[in-house]
Design a protein around this ligand. Sequence first.
Ligand code: PLP
Length: 417
Amino acid sequence: MDHFGYRQDQLFAEDVSLSLIAEEVGTPCYVYSRATLERHYRAFDSAFGDFPHSICYAVKANGNLAVLQVLERLGCGFDIVSGGELDRVLAAGGRAEQVVFSGVGKSTAEIRDALSRGVRILSVESEAELERISEVSQRLGKEAAVALRINPDVDPGTHPYIATGLRENKFGVPFVDAVRLYQKAHALKGIRPAGIACHIGSQLTQVTPFCDALEKVLDLVAELKTHGIELDHLDLGGGLGIRYADENPPSPGDYIEALLATLRRRGCQMHVTLEPGRSIVGNAGVLLTQVEYTKAGPDQDFAIVDAAMNDLLRPSLYQAWHEVVEVNRAGGRPTHRYDVVGPVCESGDWLARDRMLSIASGDFLAIRSSGAYGFVMSSNYNARPRPAEVMVDGESFHIVRERESTASLFAGEHLLP
Ligand SMILES: *Cc1c(COP(=O)(O)O)cnc(C)c1O
């Protein structure tokens, strides 16, 4: 459920008309709904009841400071995959103790920084990384809490680019190596094996793969116990899907209920962490764009809009489908079938294909479900300044990131003497 919808013929975010935002802030522009973010976080948090848990929002889905701030104020923690994301969390008012640090390629500097600031736990994705964390931690005179990220070899049934828990993926350590690596972690100085983690992919629309992965991880926890290694943190990652088109993903409540059933049946007493990204922020954002031109083609018509693949990469990268709707439906325009494309000089620069739209030059469109993996994946390709970001809160809205200027794009460049 989200707080975007029509009042008469006008699309609103909460109590603010999106036409008004497009006129005042300009386009392209991302618009987020605070009420939607809060609703989604609470759906996760409350489904756990009194089972000990943490919800650590995956910052990579949308790292805007105001998004992090809204979640932090509800008591949400954070999952980060870089030192830059740690800086963002702290700048938004978060604390390092609320942070779990994942990612396959943590640099020495990132590890040092994370440990000295006191992040709660590091997910370790290779033997070499385990050794590096041990060295850095000893130099700092610390004991780093770590979880090994296990690759459970479970097929999440999602796009190949966002499947992460298959044997051939670069993520995590193989299941068969886990016991040996935990024994090594146990023996290494500066390290405390505190937990176990897995994250099998993104945009999952079934609970079965999550439960299969959980069973495998719990088997491993039991086996480790027989070797005298007791873990108290269980991190099940993120990955719950959202509805872009006609998908029917489980609700956060149904998903957590399924996990809890397994956890209870297996008598698990561990503290459970989830790292949802997309399912918190995906349907809490839209990308507003303006139609520049319509153009008749031999086979289909084009709606050439002012947003492009540099602003929203998902269609080009994953052939992702986003709903595209008219912001004002009262225009009485003729309806045609369009490919919605941007101004970037690539044939791969399209946002939506084969859509029936009633539009003319100057009209605004909203590209829905753009809150996750939208702005964060944007670039300056074709010297395009990145869009503004706006947060709607009830009857008001706030610019939470200013539109870039072209001058800012080359501010760090130098001409030869
Ligand atoms: C990307 C990622 C997430 C978030 O995934 P979503 O599909 O956005 O929920 C969580 N944990 C880890 C380790 C990730 O890499």
